[in-house]
Write a protein that binds this ligand. Structure first.
Ligand SMILES: *Cc1c(COP(=O)(O)O)cnc(C)c1O
Length: 494
C-alpha cells in the first residue's frame, strides 16, 4: 500500500476500500459470526501469548495479512455477541441495519462538533433527537444530543442539575466561578439498585460519592416511595441541599423500573432536577408495555442507550432534556467552531450541547434501523425477548436445582445454581462464584455474575431476539455441567 490505495477519493482508493471491506466482512462472518460456541474459553495469559510480534513493526505486512491476524487473534476469541447463548451483559447482538450504518458513518467521518464538519449529519441528529423526544412524550421545548452512552448521559444530567441549582440557590455561576462553598451540602438521590455511574458522576462533579443518598427498594427492586418521602423530609430539616432525583427505568441487574410518575411528583414538590436513567428500559417506549414508563414525560432529562435494547452497535446513546434551554448551563462559544454570531444566524451548533468536542455521527444508526424496519419491527424484537425472559424464568423456577430470585420486568434474570436445598448461603455463594469462573473457561455459555445481598448469583440478560427457550435450557445444562465439575473439585479439596 502506498497512498492512493490508503484513502478514498480516487479509483485506486475506491477499489482498495471495496476489497478491504470485503476482507473485513469475510473475517467477521468466518472467524466470528459462524463460531459454534459464544466464547473460545481462552485465558488472558493464552491470549497474550498470541501477540508475540511487535505491534508496531518497522515495515508493515500488508492489509490482507493484518486483517487475517485480527481475525484469528481477536475475532476468533471475542465473545459471540450474536450467539443466542451469549447472555451475560447488556451487550446486544448488533442488528445488520446498524452495522451497515456504522460502516457508512465511519467512512464519511463526519464530526458533530460543528455544522461545517457535518452538515447533513447535524441536521439528521437534530431530527432523530426530535423523534426521540416525541417517543418519550417530552414537551415541545425538549431537545437533546447523542452521547457515548448512559455514563455520559447521567454525567451530563447531573452536571446541568448541579449548575442550575447552584445558580438558583446560591447565585453561583459554577461554569466560571467553580463550586460554591456550600457544595458539600449538595445531595442527589437514587435507588440502591441504581447504576454506579450516579456515584461516579458525583465524584467527577466535585461533589463526592458521599453526596449520593441511596433510597431503599421494595420487594420488586423499585424505589420505595415511602422511604423516599422519609429521606426527603429528613434532608429538609437538616443542612443538606438535595438538588436531583434519579429514577431508573431498567436497573442493570433486575431490569426493575422505578415508579416514575410518583418520583416526578416528589421532584416537583421538592424542586429537584428529575433525571430518568432509561439506558436499558427506554426501549419499552416502542412497545405495548410503555405504560410502565408513565411519568418519564415529566423528567427534566432522560438518558437512553441504543447499544442495549435498540440493537445498535456500540457506542450509541442519547441525552434528552425536557426543556432545551437547560443546555445554557454548559453553553460556550469557541471562535473556530461556533462563533457567537452563528447562534444568531441559526447555524446549528451542537458542540455546546455535548461534553465531547469531536463526536461520532452515531445518530445514523437508529435512523437507518428505524427507516429499515419501523417502530413495529423494533418493538417486535424487544417484545420477543421479554416473552422469552418470562418463559425462561418459569423454566428456572420449575427446576429443582436452580433458584429464581425475581420475576423479570425486562429481560434480565438473576438466579442461583443450588443443587441441594439444604446448602447454606455461603456454600451457595462459593459454588456460584466457582461455576461462573468455570463457565468462562468452558465457553459454551456466556453468563454474568452479580451479588445479591452478599451472595454470588448468576444472571442471564436475554437480549437476543433470535434466542429460544431451547437455548436457555442448553445454557442451564452447561451451568449444571460446570456445577458438577466444580462440586467434584471442591470435594477433592475438602
Ligand atoms: C448500561 C447502563 C449505564 C451505563 O451506560 P453506558 O452506555 O455503559 O455508558 C447506566 N445506567 C444503566 C441503568 C445502564 O443499564
Amino acid at each position: 500500500m502506498t497512498g492512493d490505495d490508503l484513502f478514498l477519493g480516487s479509483e485506486a482508493g475506491a477499489t482498495a476500500y471495496r476489497e478491504a471491506m470485503q476482507l473485513a466482512t469475510d473475517a467477521v462472518v468466518n472467524d466470528f459470526a459462524d463460531a459454534e460456541n459464544p466464547y473460545s474459553g481462552r485465558s488472558p495469559e493464552a491470549l497474550a501469548e498470541d501477540f508475540d510480534e511487535p505491534v508496531i513493526p518497522e515495515t508493515g505486512t500488508g492489509l490482507e495479512a493484518a486483517i487475517d491476524e485480527a481475525a484469528t487473534r481477536v475475532l476468533a476469541h471475542s465473545v459471540g455477541t450474536s450467539n443466542p447463548q451469549c447472555a451475560a451483559h447488556l451487550q446486544c447482538p448488533p442488528m445488520i441495519p446498524g452495522l451497515a450504518a456504522e460502516a457508512m458513518l465511519t467512512a464519511a467521518n463526519q464530526s458533530l462538533d460543528s455544522f461545517d464538519q457535518a452538515p447533513a449529519a447535524t441536521v439528521l441528529e437534530e431530527e432523530v433527537v426530535d423523534a426521540l423526544c416525541d417517543l418519550f412524550d417530552l414537551p415541545a421545548a425538549s431537545d437533546g444530543v447523542f452521547t457515548s452512552g448512559g455514563t455520559q448521559s447521567n454525567f451530563q444530567a447531573l452536571l446541568l442539575a448541579r449548575d442550575r441549582y447552584c445558580r438558583r440557590r446560591f447565585g453561583r455561576d459554577v461554569q466560571s466561578g467553580g463550586l460554591p462553598p456550600a457544595a458539600e451540602s449538595l445531595r442527589l438521590l437514587c435507588s440502591e439498585d441504581a447504576h454506579f455511574t450516579g456515584e461516579q458522576a458525583a465524584h467527577h462533579l466535585g461533589l463526592g460519592e458521599d453526596a449520593v443518598v441511596t433510597v431503599p427498594t421494595d420487594e420488586d427492586r423499585r424505589m420505595d416511595t415511602d422511604a423516599l418521602d422519609a429521606i426527603l423530609a429528613d434532608l429538609e430539616t437538616g443542612d443538606a441541599n438535595p438538588f436531583a432525583l434519579v429514577g431508573t427505568a431498567g436497573t442493570t441487574d433486575f431490569g426493575s423500573i422505578d415508579p416514575l410518575d410518583e418520583l416526578a411528583d416528589r421532584a416537583a414538590e421538592y424542586d429537584l432536577w428529575y433525571h430518568v436513567d432509561a439506558a436499558y428500559g427506554g426501549a419499552l417506549a416502542l412497545t405495548g408495555y410503555d405504560d410502565v414508563l408513565g411519568g418519564i414525560e415529566r423528567a427534566d432529562s432522560v438518558g437512553v442507550d441504543f447499544h442495549k435494547l435498540f440493537y445498535q452497535p456500540i457506542s450509541c446513546g442519547a441525552f434528552l432534556l425536557g426543556d432545551g434551554d437547560d443546555f445554557e448551563w454548559m453553553a460556550r462559544n469557541a471562535a473556530y467552531l461556533n462563533p457567537a454570531d452563528h447562534d444568531e444566524t441559526g447555524v446549528p451548533n451542537l458542540v455546546a450541547k455535548s461534553v465531547q468536542t469531536t463526536r461520532r455521527f452515531d445518530a445514523l444508526k437508529p435512523y437507518v434501523a428505524f427507516r429499515a424496519i419501523g417502530r413495529e419491527g423494533m418493538a417486535a424484537l424487544v417484545e420477543e425477548t421479554l416473552d422469552l425472559a418470562r418463559d425462561a424464568a418459569s423454566l428456572i423456577e420449575g427446576a429443582t436445582d436452580f433458584e429464581l430470585l425475581h420475576e423479570p420486568t425486562l429481560n434480565a434474570i438473576v438466579f442461583r445454581y443450588r443443587p441441594r436445598e439444604a446448602m447454606d448461603e455461603r456454600a451457595v455463594s462459593r459454588l456460584n462464584a466457582d461455576v461462573r469462573e468455570r463457565l468462562l473457561r468452558d465457553g459454551r455459555a456466556v453468563v454474568a455474575r452479580t451479588d445479591v445481598a452478599g451472595v454470588t448469583s448468576l444472571k442471564f440478560t436475554l437480549l437476543n431476539p433470535t434466542a429460544t427457550l431451547d437455548d436457555v435450557a442448553s445454557m442451564l445444562d452447561v451451568v449444571r455441567d460446570c456445577g458438577a465439575a466444580v462440586a467434584r473439585e471442591q470435594e477433592v479439596v475438602t
